[in-house]
Design a protein around this ligand. Structure first.
Ligand SMILES: C[S@@+](CC[C@H](N)C(=O)[O-])C[C@H]1O[C@@H](n2cnc3c(N)ncnc32)[C@H](O)[C@@H]1O
Length: 278
């Protein structure tokens, strides 16, 4: 499908995509506004960025995807660099055209990169300014970003992380069979690589939950394991927010301040309701 605005391809999404973009933009505003005077420079990186605009399947309404929502944000000009990465060269080409049309090319670029190749991503990120703070959003459609990639890309960077974890879709549909069916070796490997935890699927308590088909407890265990792994690499301040029942946004920071900003950004939900838990 093509955009009625710029005649470039757009990505069809469910209406819940709006909630994800809303949460991202709320946090981005607080991050950029609150951190710009504390760091030499700020950067935004998105891995799995898409073409920049989306269309809601339900009503054909066009909306900005993450990339254009960030570029259009009043705080975008506080960034030194915004790097949008996608495995698809066509997607990178389309987003490059959109970045050019918005006159944002001095800050933003769209490049081809594969999240299963951490070393290549490090090559893309190596020119981020020294002493800067980078907010990285990883937005895949399934739990297939190897943990090793995250370890590699954060090693030499000051970063806060947001990861879209497909607990309600991918994990909900496939985790039980990956654990119980010996033939599902590839899917099992995918989940264990995602967690960076070999042997997760063979743990007795995990097998027990799978046998009971206790999807809720299994998803919780999966998410808790992911948080523990992030803590292992220094990201001890984490929080997870659902996007309806489809996926979860997992925020992770090395600093308490990062988490404080994230929690602040979550006070108003996408439906404009105050969150009770705050
Ligand atoms: C959920 S969509 C992203 C949506 C986008 N962030 C937005 O807001 O419109 C996932 C994206 O990840 C990209 N992708 C899939 N596999 C990838 C990989 N191995 N490395 C990098 N990007 C990948 C897809 O091309 C797709 O654009």
């Amino acid at each position: 499908m093509k955009s009625v605005l710029d005649d470039l391809p757009i990505r069809p999404v469910g209406e819940w995509a709006y909630d994800k973009i809303y949460r991202l933009v709320q946090y981005f505003g607080i991050f950029a506004g609150g951190m710009k005077n504390r760091w030499a420079a700020l950067n935004y990186v998105e891995i799995g960025c898409g073409p920049g605009r989306c269309v809601l399947r339900e009503n054909c309404l066009e909306i900005d995807g993450n990339a254009l929502a960030i570029i259009s944000n009043p705080n975008f000009s506080s960034l030194q660099k915004a790097i949008f990465i996608d495995a698809s060269s066509r997607v990178a080409e389309i987003l490059t055209a959109r970045i050019g049309a918005l006159g944002a090319g001095s800050i933003a670029s769209a490049v081809v990169g594969d999240y299963s190749n951490g070393a290549a991503l490090c090559g893309i990120l190596k020119d981020l300014p020294e002493g800067s703070l980078t907010f990285i959003f990883i937005d895949p459609t399934e739990c297939d970003v190897p943990f090793e990639t995250i370890e590699q890309i954060v090693r030499d960077l000051n970063t806060d992380l947001l990861v879209n974890v497909s607990l309600g879709t991918d994990a909900n549909r496939n985790l039980v069979s990956a654990i119980l069916l010996l033939s599902h070796v590839k899917v099992r490997e995918k989940y264990e690589a995602f967690l960076g935890k070999p042997g997760f699927c063979a743990k007795p308590e995990v097998i027990e939950l799978a046998k009971l088909a206790d999807h809720t407890a299994l998803r919780r265990k999966f998410a808790e394991t992911y948080k523990e792994r992030l803590a292992d690499i220094g990201f001890g301040y984490t929080d997870i927010q659902p996007v309806r029942h489809y996926y979860h946004l997992l925020f992770a920071s090395r600093s308490e301040k990062g988490l404080e900003f994230w929690r602040k950004s979550c006070r108003i939900a996408p439906d404009n309701q105050q969150q009770l838990f705050q």
